[in-house]
Design a protein around this ligand. Structure first.
Ligand code: G6P
Length: 614
Protein backbone atom coordinates (compact mmCIF):
# COMPACT_ATOMS: atom_id res chain seq x y z
CA UNK A 1 0.00 0.00 0.00
CA UNK A 2 0.95 3.66 0.03
CA UNK A 3 1.74 5.56 -3.11
CA UNK A 4 4.99 7.38 -3.80
CA UNK A 5 5.86 9.96 -6.43
CA UNK A 6 9.04 11.83 -7.25
CA UNK A 7 10.13 14.49 -9.71
CA UNK A 8 13.44 15.93 -10.94
CA UNK A 9 13.48 18.49 -13.72
CA UNK A 10 13.21 22.19 -14.47
CA UNK A 11 9.63 22.74 -13.33
CA UNK A 12 8.37 23.38 -9.81
CA UNK A 13 8.12 19.91 -8.29
CA UNK A 14 5.29 20.44 -5.80
CA UNK A 15 2.29 20.74 -8.17
CA UNK A 16 3.54 17.76 -10.18
CA UNK A 17 3.94 15.73 -6.99
CA UNK A 18 0.44 16.58 -5.74
CA UNK A 19 -1.07 15.70 -9.15
CA UNK A 20 0.76 12.36 -9.04
CA UNK A 21 -0.40 11.66 -5.49
CA UNK A 22 -3.99 12.35 -6.50
CA UNK A 23 -3.69 9.61 -9.10
CA UNK A 24 -2.11 7.25 -6.60
CA UNK A 25 -4.62 7.95 -3.85
CA UNK A 26 -6.32 4.62 -4.54
CA UNK A 27 -3.28 3.05 -2.82
CA UNK A 28 -4.02 4.70 0.50
CA UNK A 29 -5.57 7.89 1.76
CA UNK A 30 -4.77 8.19 5.46
CA UNK A 31 -2.28 11.04 5.04
CA UNK A 32 -0.16 12.79 2.43
CA UNK A 33 3.09 14.75 2.29
CA UNK A 34 5.83 16.24 0.15
CA UNK A 35 9.46 17.21 0.60
CA UNK A 36 11.36 19.33 -1.92
CA UNK A 37 14.89 20.66 -2.13
CA UNK A 38 14.69 24.43 -1.60
CA UNK A 39 17.48 27.02 -1.57
CA UNK A 40 17.59 26.92 2.22
CA UNK A 41 17.39 23.13 2.63
CA UNK A 42 14.69 20.48 2.58
CA UNK A 43 11.05 21.49 2.82
CA UNK A 44 8.63 19.17 4.60
CA UNK A 45 4.86 19.53 4.32
CA UNK A 46 2.53 16.80 5.48
CA UNK A 47 -0.94 16.30 6.80
CA UNK A 48 -3.42 13.72 7.96
CA UNK A 49 -6.23 12.84 5.53
CA UNK A 50 -6.67 13.15 1.81
CA UNK A 51 -4.14 14.51 -0.68
CA UNK A 52 -6.29 17.58 -1.33
CA UNK A 53 -5.62 18.70 2.27
CA UNK A 54 -2.03 19.42 1.21
CA UNK A 55 -3.24 22.43 -0.76
CA UNK A 56 -4.40 24.04 2.51
CA UNK A 57 -0.96 23.89 4.13
CA UNK A 58 0.51 27.31 4.71
CA UNK A 59 3.49 27.99 2.44
CA UNK A 60 3.02 24.99 0.15
CA UNK A 61 2.35 27.32 -2.79
CA UNK A 62 5.69 29.03 -2.11
CA UNK A 63 7.80 25.92 -2.71
CA UNK A 64 10.13 26.57 -5.63
CA UNK A 65 12.23 23.37 -5.63
CA UNK A 66 12.51 21.37 -8.84
CA UNK A 67 13.31 18.12 -7.06
CA UNK A 68 10.89 16.49 -4.67
CA UNK A 69 9.37 13.34 -3.23
CA UNK A 70 5.81 12.71 -2.07
CA UNK A 71 3.68 10.06 -0.40
CA UNK A 72 0.08 9.04 0.21
CA UNK A 73 -0.27 6.63 3.10
CA UNK A 74 -2.25 3.55 4.00
CA UNK A 75 -1.44 3.32 7.69
CA UNK A 76 0.30 0.19 8.99
CA UNK A 77 2.63 1.21 11.84
CA UNK A 78 1.07 4.06 13.75
CA UNK A 79 -2.36 5.60 13.37
CA UNK A 80 -3.08 8.22 10.70
CA UNK A 81 -1.66 11.47 12.10
CA UNK A 82 0.55 14.37 11.04
CA UNK A 83 3.59 12.87 12.84
CA UNK A 84 3.16 9.50 11.19
CA UNK A 85 2.74 11.01 7.73
CA UNK A 86 5.57 10.71 5.23
CA UNK A 87 8.08 12.04 4.21
CA UNK A 88 10.24 11.29 7.25
CA UNK A 89 13.58 12.90 7.98
CA UNK A 90 16.69 12.02 9.94
CA UNK A 91 17.39 13.98 13.13
CA UNK A 92 19.64 16.47 11.35
CA UNK A 93 16.99 17.04 8.63
CA UNK A 94 19.57 16.31 5.93
CA UNK A 95 17.71 13.40 4.34
CA UNK A 96 14.02 13.11 3.44
CA UNK A 97 12.58 9.69 2.69
CA UNK A 98 9.25 8.30 1.51
CA UNK A 99 8.62 4.59 1.81
CA UNK A 100 6.06 2.06 0.66
CA UNK A 101 6.24 -1.37 2.30
CA UNK A 102 7.00 -2.70 5.75
CA UNK A 103 10.28 -2.82 7.63
CA UNK A 104 9.91 -5.98 9.68
CA UNK A 105 13.00 -5.42 11.85
CA UNK A 106 12.34 -1.72 12.49
CA UNK A 107 12.05 -2.17 16.29
CA UNK A 108 15.50 -3.72 16.45
CA UNK A 109 16.98 -1.02 14.19
CA UNK A 110 15.26 1.68 16.20
CA UNK A 111 16.87 0.36 19.42
CA UNK A 112 20.29 0.32 17.78
CA UNK A 113 19.88 3.87 16.53
CA UNK A 114 18.54 5.06 19.89
CA UNK A 115 21.66 3.67 21.53
CA UNK A 116 23.66 5.83 19.13
CA UNK A 117 21.71 8.91 20.18
CA UNK A 118 19.01 9.13 17.51
CA UNK A 119 15.51 10.22 18.54
CA UNK A 120 12.23 9.12 16.99
CA UNK A 121 9.14 11.25 16.66
CA UNK A 122 6.67 8.90 14.97
CA UNK A 123 5.37 5.38 15.49
CA UNK A 124 6.25 4.40 11.93
CA UNK A 125 8.67 1.75 10.79
CA UNK A 126 9.87 4.18 8.10
CA UNK A 127 11.57 6.68 10.40
CA UNK A 128 14.50 4.31 10.91
CA UNK A 129 15.44 4.64 7.21
CA UNK A 130 16.54 8.31 7.01
CA UNK A 131 18.34 7.95 10.34
CA UNK A 132 20.16 4.82 9.19
CA UNK A 133 21.16 6.61 5.99
CA UNK A 134 22.43 9.54 8.06
CA UNK A 135 24.33 7.16 10.35
CA UNK A 136 26.12 5.44 7.46
CA UNK A 137 26.73 8.74 5.71
CA UNK A 138 28.52 10.19 8.76
CA UNK A 139 30.45 6.97 9.35
CA UNK A 140 31.97 7.18 5.86
CA UNK A 141 34.97 9.48 6.06
CA UNK A 142 35.26 10.03 2.31
CA UNK A 143 34.51 13.44 0.80
CA UNK A 144 30.91 14.04 -0.08
CA UNK A 145 30.01 12.63 -3.49
CA UNK A 146 26.93 11.05 -5.00
CA UNK A 147 28.68 7.67 -4.60
CA UNK A 148 29.02 8.35 -0.87
CA UNK A 149 25.29 9.20 -0.79
CA UNK A 150 24.54 6.00 -2.71
CA UNK A 151 26.73 3.92 -0.42
CA UNK A 152 24.90 5.22 2.66
CA UNK A 153 21.52 4.34 1.11
CA UNK A 154 22.81 0.93 0.04
CA UNK A 155 24.19 0.16 3.52
CA UNK A 156 20.94 1.22 5.15
CA UNK A 157 18.87 -0.89 2.75
CA UNK A 158 20.96 -3.98 3.36
CA UNK A 159 20.06 -3.67 7.06
CA UNK A 160 16.34 -3.62 6.29
CA UNK A 161 14.21 -6.76 6.45
CA UNK A 162 10.85 -6.67 4.74
CA UNK A 163 9.67 -4.79 1.70
CA UNK A 164 10.37 -1.28 0.57
CA UNK A 165 10.20 1.14 -2.30
CA UNK A 166 11.97 4.32 -1.23
CA UNK A 167 12.94 7.70 -2.58
CA UNK A 168 15.65 9.70 -0.82
CA UNK A 169 16.69 13.31 -1.29
CA UNK A 170 19.35 15.19 0.61
CA UNK A 171 20.16 18.85 1.17
CA UNK A 172 23.82 17.91 0.47
CA UNK A 173 22.95 16.78 -3.06
CA UNK A 174 20.58 19.36 -4.54
CA UNK A 175 20.64 17.78 -8.03
CA UNK A 176 20.00 14.16 -7.16
CA UNK A 177 17.55 11.63 -5.85
CA UNK A 178 18.21 8.01 -4.98
CA UNK A 179 15.52 5.39 -5.44
CA UNK A 180 15.43 1.67 -4.81
CA UNK A 181 12.84 -1.04 -4.36
CA UNK A 182 12.56 -4.50 -2.85
CA UNK A 183 9.25 -6.35 -3.19
CA UNK A 184 7.30 -3.08 -3.44
CA UNK A 185 6.63 -1.39 -6.76
CA UNK A 186 8.52 1.58 -8.21
CA UNK A 187 8.94 2.78 -11.79
CA UNK A 188 10.95 5.61 -13.32
CA UNK A 189 9.55 7.57 -16.23
CA UNK A 190 12.09 9.46 -18.27
CA UNK A 191 12.03 12.26 -20.82
CA UNK A 192 14.41 15.01 -21.82
CA UNK A 193 15.70 16.81 -18.73
CA UNK A 194 13.05 15.25 -16.49
CA UNK A 195 12.57 12.14 -14.40
CA UNK A 196 9.28 11.05 -12.88
CA UNK A 197 9.13 8.35 -10.24
CA UNK A 198 5.98 6.56 -9.17
CA UNK A 199 4.50 3.46 -7.56
CA UNK A 200 2.65 2.75 -10.77
CA UNK A 201 2.79 3.68 -14.42
CA UNK A 202 -0.63 5.35 -14.95
CA UNK A 203 0.10 8.09 -12.40
CA UNK A 204 2.83 9.54 -14.63
CA UNK A 205 1.70 8.36 -18.04
CA UNK A 206 0.63 11.85 -19.07
CA UNK A 207 4.31 12.93 -18.97
CA UNK A 208 6.07 10.05 -20.69
CA UNK A 209 5.73 6.60 -22.19
CA UNK A 210 9.38 5.65 -21.57
CA UNK A 211 9.97 3.77 -18.36
CA UNK A 212 12.67 1.97 -16.45
CA UNK A 213 11.14 -0.90 -14.49
CA UNK A 214 13.34 -1.51 -11.46
CA UNK A 215 14.18 -4.98 -10.22
CA UNK A 216 14.76 -5.70 -6.55
CA UNK A 217 17.74 -3.88 -5.05
CA UNK A 218 18.76 -1.97 -8.15
CA UNK A 219 20.05 1.25 -6.60
CA UNK A 220 19.41 4.22 -8.83
CA UNK A 221 20.95 7.69 -8.81
CA UNK A 222 18.79 10.14 -10.68
CA UNK A 223 19.50 13.61 -11.94
CA UNK A 224 17.25 15.51 -14.30
CA UNK A 225 19.11 14.19 -17.34
CA UNK A 226 20.48 10.83 -16.21
CA UNK A 227 19.55 7.58 -14.51
CA UNK A 228 22.38 5.37 -13.32
CA UNK A 229 21.73 1.91 -11.93
CA UNK A 230 23.88 -0.10 -9.53
CA UNK A 231 23.76 -3.58 -8.02
CA UNK A 232 24.25 -4.22 -4.30
CA UNK A 233 28.05 -4.26 -4.81
CA UNK A 234 27.64 -0.81 -6.39
CA UNK A 235 28.77 -2.01 -9.82
CA UNK A 236 27.01 0.00 -12.50
CA UNK A 237 24.44 -1.99 -14.49
CA UNK A 238 22.71 -1.24 -17.78
CA UNK A 239 18.93 -1.19 -17.99
CA UNK A 240 16.74 -1.07 -21.04
CA UNK A 241 13.86 1.33 -21.48
CA UNK A 242 10.34 -0.06 -21.73
CA UNK A 243 7.86 1.81 -23.87
CA UNK A 244 4.33 1.68 -22.50
CA UNK A 245 1.48 1.49 -24.95
CA UNK A 246 -1.45 2.69 -22.81
CA UNK A 247 -2.29 6.34 -23.18
CA UNK A 248 -2.93 8.63 -20.26
CA UNK A 249 -6.67 9.02 -20.97
CA UNK A 250 -6.98 5.36 -19.93
CA UNK A 251 -6.23 6.60 -16.42
CA UNK A 252 -8.75 9.49 -16.47
CA UNK A 253 -12.45 9.41 -15.63
CA UNK A 254 -13.47 10.40 -19.16
CA UNK A 255 -16.76 12.00 -18.14
CA UNK A 256 -17.86 9.21 -15.79
CA UNK A 257 -18.67 10.12 -12.18
CA UNK A 258 -16.34 7.49 -10.83
CA UNK A 259 -13.55 5.24 -12.04
CA UNK A 260 -15.53 2.19 -10.98
CA UNK A 261 -18.42 3.00 -13.31
CA UNK A 262 -16.01 3.77 -16.13
CA UNK A 263 -14.23 0.49 -15.57
CA UNK A 264 -17.52 -1.45 -15.50
CA UNK A 265 -18.34 0.09 -18.87
CA UNK A 266 -14.88 -0.65 -20.23
CA UNK A 267 -15.45 -4.38 -19.87
CA UNK A 268 -16.39 -5.07 -23.51
CA UNK A 269 -13.13 -3.55 -24.73
CA UNK A 270 -11.05 -4.88 -21.82
CA UNK A 271 -12.16 -8.45 -22.49
CA UNK A 272 -11.66 -7.89 -26.24
CA UNK A 273 -8.06 -6.87 -25.50
CA UNK A 274 -7.57 -9.89 -23.26
CA UNK A 275 -8.72 -12.25 -25.98
CA UNK A 276 -6.70 -10.28 -28.57
CA UNK A 277 -5.08 -12.60 -31.04
CA UNK A 278 -5.11 -15.47 -28.55
CA UNK A 279 -8.26 -16.76 -30.20
CA UNK A 280 -8.47 -15.98 -33.88
CA UNK A 281 -11.65 -15.73 -35.94
CA UNK A 282 -10.82 -19.07 -37.51
CA UNK A 283 -10.78 -20.48 -33.97
CA UNK A 284 -7.06 -21.05 -33.51
CA UNK A 285 -5.94 -20.73 -29.90
CA UNK A 286 -2.39 -19.55 -29.41
CA UNK A 287 -0.78 -18.02 -26.37
CA UNK A 288 2.42 -16.39 -27.46
CA UNK A 289 3.84 -16.34 -23.94
CA UNK A 290 3.34 -20.08 -23.31
CA UNK A 291 5.41 -22.81 -24.87
CA UNK A 292 4.16 -26.02 -23.29
CA UNK A 293 4.69 -29.35 -25.03
CA UNK A 294 2.20 -32.20 -24.70
CA UNK A 295 4.75 -34.15 -22.64
CA UNK A 296 5.23 -31.24 -20.25
CA UNK A 297 1.50 -30.85 -19.72
CA UNK A 298 0.98 -34.60 -19.32
CA UNK A 299 3.50 -34.53 -16.49
CA UNK A 300 1.47 -31.97 -14.55
CA UNK A 301 -0.40 -33.90 -11.88
CA UNK A 302 -1.81 -30.95 -10.01
CA UNK A 303 -2.57 -27.27 -10.50
CA UNK A 304 -2.81 -24.69 -7.74
CA UNK A 305 -4.36 -21.33 -8.48
CA UNK A 306 -3.25 -18.85 -5.85
CA UNK A 307 -4.44 -15.26 -5.44
CA UNK A 308 -6.16 -12.79 -3.11
CA UNK A 309 -9.55 -11.07 -3.09
CA UNK A 310 -11.28 -10.70 -6.41
CA UNK A 311 -8.39 -12.34 -8.27
CA UNK A 312 -8.94 -15.43 -6.13
CA UNK A 313 -12.59 -15.46 -7.21
CA UNK A 314 -11.44 -15.41 -10.83
CA UNK A 315 -9.28 -18.41 -9.93
CA UNK A 316 -12.31 -20.25 -8.54
CA UNK A 317 -14.12 -19.95 -11.82
CA UNK A 318 -10.92 -21.02 -13.64
CA UNK A 319 -10.79 -24.21 -11.57
CA UNK A 320 -14.18 -25.22 -12.94
CA UNK A 321 -12.99 -24.96 -16.53
CA UNK A 322 -9.55 -26.50 -16.03
CA UNK A 323 -10.84 -29.54 -14.18
CA UNK A 324 -13.63 -30.10 -16.66
CA UNK A 325 -11.77 -29.72 -19.93
CA UNK A 326 -8.13 -30.48 -18.99
CA UNK A 327 -8.94 -33.15 -16.40
CA UNK A 328 -6.13 -31.97 -14.12
CA UNK A 329 -6.97 -31.75 -10.38
CA UNK A 330 -6.97 -28.06 -9.51
CA UNK A 331 -7.05 -26.40 -6.13
CA UNK A 332 -7.63 -22.71 -5.49
CA UNK A 333 -6.00 -21.14 -2.47
CA UNK A 334 -5.83 -17.75 -0.81
CA UNK A 335 -2.20 -16.62 -1.04
CA UNK A 336 -1.95 -15.68 2.65
CA UNK A 337 -3.04 -19.23 3.60
CA UNK A 338 -1.12 -21.08 0.91
CA UNK A 339 2.21 -19.63 1.95
CA UNK A 340 1.95 -20.94 5.52
CA UNK A 341 0.29 -24.31 5.05
CA UNK A 342 3.18 -26.27 3.64
CA UNK A 343 1.37 -27.07 0.39
CA UNK A 344 2.17 -30.34 -1.33
CA UNK A 345 4.17 -29.21 -4.33
CA UNK A 346 6.72 -30.92 -6.52
CA UNK A 347 8.15 -30.55 -10.00
CA UNK A 348 4.92 -31.91 -11.46
CA UNK A 349 2.87 -29.11 -9.96
CA UNK A 350 1.83 -26.06 -11.95
CA UNK A 351 1.10 -23.02 -9.80
CA UNK A 352 -0.87 -20.20 -11.38
CA UNK A 353 -0.78 -16.83 -9.60
CA UNK A 354 -3.39 -14.23 -10.46
CA UNK A 355 -2.91 -10.60 -9.47
CA UNK A 356 -4.24 -7.49 -11.15
CA UNK A 357 -1.42 -5.36 -9.74
CA UNK A 358 1.18 -8.11 -9.67
CA UNK A 359 2.38 -6.53 -6.41
CA UNK A 360 0.25 -8.20 -3.73
CA UNK A 361 2.73 -9.18 -1.01
CA UNK A 362 1.10 -12.51 -0.14
CA UNK A 363 0.83 -13.54 -3.77
CA UNK A 364 4.50 -12.72 -4.39
CA UNK A 365 5.54 -14.70 -1.30
CA UNK A 366 3.38 -17.66 -2.38
CA UNK A 367 5.00 -17.57 -5.81
CA UNK A 368 8.49 -17.60 -4.32
CA UNK A 369 7.54 -20.54 -2.12
CA UNK A 370 6.15 -22.52 -5.06
CA UNK A 371 9.31 -21.84 -7.06
CA UNK A 372 11.54 -22.93 -4.20
CA UNK A 373 9.65 -26.24 -4.07
CA UNK A 374 10.27 -26.88 -7.75
CA UNK A 375 6.83 -26.07 -9.22
CA UNK A 376 6.40 -24.53 -12.64
CA UNK A 377 4.98 -21.05 -12.08
CA UNK A 378 2.70 -18.96 -14.26
CA UNK A 379 1.71 -15.40 -13.48
CA UNK A 380 -1.43 -13.66 -14.70
CA UNK A 381 -1.26 -9.91 -14.20
CA UNK A 382 -2.56 -6.68 -15.65
CA UNK A 383 0.57 -4.66 -15.00
CA UNK A 384 3.49 -4.91 -17.36
CA UNK A 385 6.72 -5.67 -15.53
CA UNK A 386 5.03 -6.12 -12.16
CA UNK A 387 6.78 -8.21 -9.50
CA UNK A 388 4.96 -11.49 -10.05
CA UNK A 389 5.63 -11.35 -13.78
CA UNK A 390 9.31 -10.96 -13.10
CA UNK A 391 9.44 -13.87 -10.67
CA UNK A 392 7.36 -16.44 -12.56
CA UNK A 393 8.55 -18.91 -15.19
CA UNK A 394 5.74 -17.79 -17.50
CA UNK A 395 3.77 -14.52 -17.47
CA UNK A 396 0.60 -13.62 -19.29
CA UNK A 397 -1.02 -10.19 -19.27
CA UNK A 398 -4.73 -9.51 -19.19
CA UNK A 399 -4.24 -6.21 -21.08
CA UNK A 400 -7.39 -4.79 -19.42
CA UNK A 401 -5.86 -1.29 -19.16
CA UNK A 402 -5.28 0.54 -15.88
CA UNK A 403 -7.80 -0.22 -13.16
CA UNK A 404 -7.96 2.67 -10.71
CA UNK A 405 -11.07 2.05 -8.56
CA UNK A 406 -10.21 0.06 -5.47
CA UNK A 407 -13.03 -2.40 -6.15
CA UNK A 408 -11.93 -4.59 -9.02
CA UNK A 409 -14.32 -5.03 -11.98
CA UNK A 410 -12.75 -5.22 -15.43
CA UNK A 411 -9.65 -6.90 -14.02
CA UNK A 412 -11.85 -9.74 -12.74
CA UNK A 413 -13.71 -10.31 -16.00
CA UNK A 414 -10.51 -10.20 -18.01
CA UNK A 415 -8.88 -12.67 -15.59
CA UNK A 416 -11.82 -15.06 -15.98
CA UNK A 417 -11.55 -14.74 -19.78
CA UNK A 418 -7.81 -15.36 -19.72
CA UNK A 419 -7.91 -18.38 -17.46
CA UNK A 420 -10.54 -19.91 -19.74
CA UNK A 421 -8.27 -19.31 -22.72
CA UNK A 422 -5.40 -20.97 -20.87
CA UNK A 423 -7.64 -23.96 -20.08
CA UNK A 424 -8.60 -24.26 -23.75
CA UNK A 425 -4.95 -23.98 -24.78
CA UNK A 426 -3.99 -26.79 -22.38
CA UNK A 427 -6.96 -28.98 -23.33
CA UNK A 428 -6.11 -28.67 -27.01
CA UNK A 429 -2.52 -29.78 -26.47
CA UNK A 430 -3.58 -32.56 -24.12
CA UNK A 431 -6.47 -33.58 -26.38
CA UNK A 432 -8.45 -34.00 -23.18
CA UNK A 433 -11.72 -32.63 -24.61
CA UNK A 434 -13.35 -32.99 -28.02
CA UNK A 435 -12.28 -30.28 -30.41
CA UNK A 436 -15.93 -29.50 -31.27
CA UNK A 437 -16.56 -28.48 -27.68
CA UNK A 438 -13.34 -26.46 -27.48
CA UNK A 439 -14.32 -24.67 -30.69
CA UNK A 440 -17.71 -23.94 -29.17
CA UNK A 441 -16.01 -22.40 -26.12
CA UNK A 442 -13.79 -20.29 -28.37
CA UNK A 443 -16.82 -19.00 -30.23
CA UNK A 444 -18.45 -18.20 -26.92
CA UNK A 445 -15.38 -16.23 -25.84
CA UNK A 446 -15.34 -14.30 -29.10
CA UNK A 447 -19.00 -13.39 -28.58
CA UNK A 448 -18.26 -11.88 -25.16
CA UNK A 449 -17.71 -8.18 -25.98
CA UNK A 450 -21.14 -7.97 -27.63
CA UNK A 451 -22.83 -9.93 -24.86
CA UNK A 452 -21.21 -7.78 -22.17
CA UNK A 453 -22.66 -4.72 -23.92
CA UNK A 454 -26.04 -6.44 -23.94
CA UNK A 455 -25.72 -7.23 -20.22
CA UNK A 456 -24.84 -3.64 -19.35
CA UNK A 457 -28.34 -2.66 -20.48
CA UNK A 458 -29.62 -3.91 -17.10
CA UNK A 459 -28.26 -0.69 -15.57
CA UNK A 460 -31.61 1.08 -15.07
CA UNK A 461 -33.30 -2.00 -13.66
CA UNK A 462 -30.47 -2.47 -11.17
CA UNK A 463 -30.51 1.23 -10.29
CA UNK A 464 -34.21 0.98 -9.37
CA UNK A 465 -33.59 -2.15 -7.31
CA UNK A 466 -30.65 -0.49 -5.53
CA UNK A 467 -32.91 2.39 -4.48
CA UNK A 468 -35.18 -0.12 -2.76
CA UNK A 469 -32.50 -2.01 -0.85
CA UNK A 470 -29.68 0.43 -0.11
CA UNK A 471 -30.57 0.81 3.55
CA UNK A 472 -30.46 -2.89 4.32
CA UNK A 473 -28.06 -4.34 6.84
CA UNK A 474 -27.57 -7.85 5.42
CA UNK A 475 -27.77 -9.61 2.08
CA UNK A 476 -27.23 -13.15 0.84
CA UNK A 477 -25.79 -14.31 -2.47
CA UNK A 478 -26.48 -17.87 -3.61
CA UNK A 479 -25.42 -20.01 -6.55
CA UNK A 480 -24.22 -23.46 -7.49
CA UNK A 481 -21.14 -24.50 -9.47
CA UNK A 482 -19.62 -21.59 -11.31
CA UNK A 483 -22.50 -19.39 -10.13
CA UNK A 484 -21.31 -19.85 -6.56
CA UNK A 485 -17.98 -18.27 -7.50
CA UNK A 486 -19.90 -15.26 -8.80
CA UNK A 487 -21.98 -15.17 -5.61
CA UNK A 488 -18.70 -14.81 -3.72
CA UNK A 489 -17.55 -11.97 -5.94
CA UNK A 490 -20.94 -10.20 -5.76
CA UNK A 491 -20.90 -10.43 -1.99
CA UNK A 492 -17.34 -9.09 -1.78
CA UNK A 493 -18.19 -6.12 -4.04
CA UNK A 494 -21.15 -5.24 -1.84
CA UNK A 495 -19.09 -5.34 1.35
CA UNK A 496 -16.22 -3.39 -0.17
CA UNK A 497 -18.04 -0.35 -1.45
CA UNK A 498 -21.49 -0.38 0.15
CA UNK A 499 -20.50 -1.44 3.67
CA UNK A 500 -23.45 -3.83 3.81
CA UNK A 501 -22.82 -7.10 5.57
CA UNK A 502 -23.29 -9.95 3.12
CA UNK A 503 -22.73 -13.67 2.90
CA UNK A 504 -22.29 -15.88 -0.12
CA UNK A 505 -23.18 -19.54 -0.02
CA UNK A 506 -23.34 -22.58 -2.22
CA UNK A 507 -27.13 -22.64 -2.62
CA UNK A 508 -27.36 -26.28 -1.49
CA UNK A 509 -25.45 -25.53 1.71
CA UNK A 510 -27.88 -22.89 2.91
CA UNK A 511 -30.08 -25.32 4.77
CA UNK A 512 -27.10 -26.49 6.84
CA UNK A 513 -26.99 -23.35 8.92
CA UNK A 514 -27.30 -19.95 7.29
CA UNK A 515 -31.01 -20.39 6.57
CA UNK A 516 -31.49 -19.65 10.28
CA UNK A 517 -30.65 -16.04 9.41
CA UNK A 518 -33.30 -15.67 6.73
CA UNK A 519 -36.13 -13.54 8.02
CA UNK A 520 -38.94 -11.48 6.62
CA UNK A 521 -37.81 -8.86 4.10
CA UNK A 522 -34.15 -9.89 3.80
CA UNK A 523 -32.69 -9.65 0.27
CA UNK A 524 -31.34 -12.79 -1.36
CA UNK A 525 -29.56 -12.64 -4.70
CA UNK A 526 -29.65 -15.86 -6.73
CA UNK A 527 -27.40 -16.53 -9.73
CA UNK A 528 -28.45 -19.26 -12.15
CA UNK A 529 -26.64 -19.73 -15.43
CA UNK A 530 -26.08 -23.49 -15.62
CA UNK A 531 -28.94 -25.48 -17.08
CA UNK A 532 -27.80 -28.58 -15.22
CA UNK A 533 -28.12 -26.86 -11.86
CA UNK A 534 -30.84 -24.30 -12.34
CA UNK A 535 -33.71 -26.38 -10.98
CA UNK A 536 -31.78 -27.18 -7.84
CA UNK A 537 -30.98 -23.52 -7.21
CA UNK A 538 -34.59 -22.52 -7.89
CA UNK A 539 -35.64 -24.94 -5.13
CA UNK A 540 -33.15 -23.40 -2.72
CA UNK A 541 -34.37 -19.91 -3.56
CA UNK A 542 -37.90 -21.12 -3.02
CA UNK A 543 -36.88 -22.11 0.51
CA UNK A 544 -35.83 -18.56 1.32
CA UNK A 545 -38.93 -17.05 -0.33
CA UNK A 546 -41.04 -19.24 1.95
CA UNK A 547 -39.24 -17.65 4.88
CA UNK A 548 -40.01 -14.13 3.71
CA UNK A 549 -36.95 -13.19 1.63
CA UNK A 550 -37.21 -10.86 -1.33
CA UNK A 551 -35.19 -12.00 -4.30
CA UNK A 552 -33.07 -10.65 -7.11
CA UNK A 553 -32.32 -13.28 -9.72
CA UNK A 554 -29.58 -13.10 -12.34
CA UNK A 555 -30.19 -15.71 -15.00
CA UNK A 556 -30.16 -16.74 -18.62
CA UNK A 557 -32.30 -19.81 -18.00
CA UNK A 558 -35.92 -20.45 -18.75
CA UNK A 559 -37.56 -20.40 -15.36
CA UNK A 560 -40.84 -19.19 -13.95
CA UNK A 561 -40.00 -15.55 -13.27
CA UNK A 562 -43.24 -14.88 -11.37
CA UNK A 563 -41.85 -16.30 -8.16
CA UNK A 564 -39.18 -13.62 -7.84
CA UNK A 565 -39.22 -9.92 -7.01
CA UNK A 566 -36.72 -8.86 -9.67
CA UNK A 567 -35.19 -10.86 -12.49
CA UNK A 568 -32.24 -9.71 -14.58
CA UNK A 569 -31.99 -11.60 -17.82
CA UNK A 570 -28.49 -11.89 -19.21
CA UNK A 571 -27.48 -13.36 -22.60
CA UNK A 572 -27.04 -17.11 -22.96
CA UNK A 573 -23.44 -18.24 -22.70
CA UNK A 574 -21.48 -21.40 -21.85
CA UNK A 575 -21.52 -21.81 -18.04
CA UNK A 576 -17.70 -21.67 -17.73
CA UNK A 577 -17.67 -18.20 -19.18
CA UNK A 578 -20.92 -17.00 -17.64
CA UNK A 579 -19.25 -15.28 -14.63
CA UNK A 580 -18.09 -12.59 -17.05
CA UNK A 581 -21.73 -11.69 -17.70
CA UNK A 582 -23.47 -12.61 -14.46
CA UNK A 583 -21.09 -10.54 -12.33
CA UNK A 584 -21.99 -7.33 -14.17
CA UNK A 585 -25.43 -6.77 -12.56
CA UNK A 586 -23.77 -7.42 -9.20
CA UNK A 587 -21.01 -4.87 -9.86
CA UNK A 588 -23.70 -2.35 -10.78
CA UNK A 589 -25.77 -3.24 -7.71
CA UNK A 590 -22.88 -2.49 -5.35
CA UNK A 591 -22.07 0.65 -7.29
CA UNK A 592 -25.60 2.08 -7.14
CA UNK A 593 -26.09 1.14 -3.49
CA UNK A 594 -22.83 2.89 -2.65
CA UNK A 595 -23.95 5.98 -4.59
CA UNK A 596 -27.38 5.97 -2.90
CA UNK A 597 -25.61 5.90 0.46
CA UNK A 598 -23.43 8.82 -0.60
CA UNK A 599 -20.20 6.87 -0.16
CA UNK A 600 -16.86 7.31 -1.90
CA UNK A 601 -17.18 4.54 -4.48
CA UNK A 602 -13.60 4.62 -5.73
CA UNK A 603 -11.95 4.86 -2.33
CA UNK A 604 -13.83 2.75 0.17
CA UNK A 605 -12.87 3.06 3.82
CA UNK A 606 -9.95 1.01 5.16
CA UNK A 607 -9.17 -0.56 1.79
CA UNK A 608 -6.41 -0.08 -0.74
CA UNK A 609 -6.09 -1.26 -4.29
CA UNK A 610 -2.71 -2.80 -3.97
CA UNK A 611 -1.87 -4.62 -0.75
CA UNK A 612 1.90 -4.67 -0.70
CA UNK A 613 2.08 -5.62 2.97
CA UNK A 614 1.40 -8.97 4.57
C1 G6P B 1 -7.01 -5.69 -2.65
C2 G6P B 1 -8.00 -5.01 -3.58
C3 G6P B 1 -8.86 -6.07 -4.28
C4 G6P B 1 -7.97 -7.07 -5.01
C5 G6P B 1 -6.94 -7.70 -4.07
C6 G6P B 1 -5.91 -8.50 -4.84
O1 G6P B 1 -7.67 -6.25 -1.59
O2 G6P B 1 -8.80 -4.12 -2.85
O3 G6P B 1 -9.71 -5.44 -5.21
O4 G6P B 1 -8.76 -8.07 -5.57
O5 G6P B 1 -6.24 -6.68 -3.35
O6 G6P B 1 -5.18 -7.62 -5.65
P1 G6P B 1 -4.33 -8.07 -6.89
O7 G6P B 1 -3.68 -6.82 -7.38
O8 G6P B 1 -3.35 -9.07 -6.40
O9 G6P B 1 -5.26 -8.66 -7.89
Amino acid sequence: MCGIVGYIGNKKACPILIAGLTRLEYRGYDSAGVSTIEKNGLSLMKTKGRVKNLNDLKGIDKLEGTIGIAHTRWATHGKPSNENSHPHQDNSKTFSVVHNGIIENYAELKNLLEEKGYHFYSQTDTEVIPNLIHYYFLKDKEDNSTMKFLKAVRNACLDLKGSFAIEVISSYFPDNMIVVRKDSPLVIGTCENEKYISSDIPAILSYTRDFYLLNNLEFTILSKNSAKFFDTELNEIKKKLDVIEWNSSAAEKDGYDDFMLKEIYEQPSAVRETIGSRISNDLKCEIEELKFSKKQLQEITKIYIVACGTAMHAGLSGKNTIEKICRIPTEVDIASEFRYRDPIIDKNTLCIFISQSGETADTIAALKLAKSKGATTLAISNVIGSSITREADYSIYTHAGPEIAVASTKAYTSQVALINIIAIYFAEILQSTKSEYLNFLKQELLSLPKKIEETLKCKDQIFEFAKKVYQEKDMFFLGRGVDETVAKEGSLKLKEISYIHSESYAAGELKHGPIALIENGITVVGIMTDENLVEKTVSNIQEVITRGAKTLIITNQKINYNNFNEVIIIPEIAPFISPILSVIPLQLLSYFISKEKGLDVDKPRNLAKSVTVE
